[in-house]
Design a protein around this ligand. Structure first.
Ligand SMILES: [Zn+2]
Length: 122
């Protein structure tokens, strides 16, 4: 089931064009983070459903490159498509709550029972 309300926002940062109170990406840099966990989260962030497309670009806080314009969701969390860039290119480690959510979601899908009957009867 995919929830469509109450999405938990992650990956928006403090910057020159934002309202105050967002986290600063520098605080999340962790070059020692487990490579497999980083890859798992990076892949997951690339596979969200598009919920919104913004007009115009924003810039990455840490390098000034042009960020994406899409907002993605998995039905629980919602994040800007550029969040993956921070994880991959700037070695940000996202909070454990999100990492464990990703792990649980992936493992749940990989081990889920499969109902083949419906499709066989089409
Ligand atoms: Zn960058």
């Amino acid at each position: 089931m995919v929830r469509t309300s109450g999405l938990i926002l992650i990956g928006y940062w403090d910057g020159p064009n934002t309202t105050p109170g967002w986290p600063r990406p520098e605080r999340f840099v962790d070059t020692t983070w487990d490579v497999d966990d980083r890859d798992m989260v990076a892949d997951y962030l690339a596979r969200g459903h598009v919920v919104r497309a913004y007009m115009g670009y924003s810039d990455y806080r840490l390098c000034g490159e042009r960020n994406g314009t899409l907002e993605l969701t998995d039905g629980t969390f919602v994040w800007p498509e550029g969040l993956r860039h921070y994880v991959v290119e700037h070695t940000l480690r996202l909070p454990d709550r999100f990492v464990e959510h990703v792990r649980t979601r992936i493992e749940g899908l990989e081990t889920a029972a499969r109902d083949e009957e419906w499709w066989r009867t089409q």
